[in-house]
Design a protein around this ligand. Sequence first.
Ligand SMILES: [Zn+2]
Length: 136
Amino acid sequence: MEQKLYFKDYNEALKQNKLLGLKCRACGTITIPPKMACRQCGSPDMQVTEVKTDGKIVTFTTIFVGAEGRENEVPYTVVIVELEEGPWLMGNLEGIDPKAASIELIGKKVKMSTKVFPGDKYSPGETASPVFSLVN
Ligand SMILES: [Zn+2]
């Protein structure tokens, strides 16, 4: 058993706006971020696949208290998005007023892009994170 996608590669791809996942050969489920086994059936037999970044908002929360060193980033809204191909992904929602975020966001279509954050005391170095914006 071999893990074919390491977090480092996943992160490097994200920096180039590419979302990589692991597609299970047994059941077809896509697992993101990379794990040792399929999130659905537990099979380790998965292949690396590029995942489409369109999806819809499943739920959201707005953060008003920033982590140490990140106080100037609040408020911001975090969403969980169900991508077209099934996997769920969490990221910041951009282009809206976080103070006005409401239940109406749920079910809205979004598109993913990525943002590179500099390293801080919580991470070993530069990391890329998914960010989402609404599409009409
Ligand atoms: Zn599976």
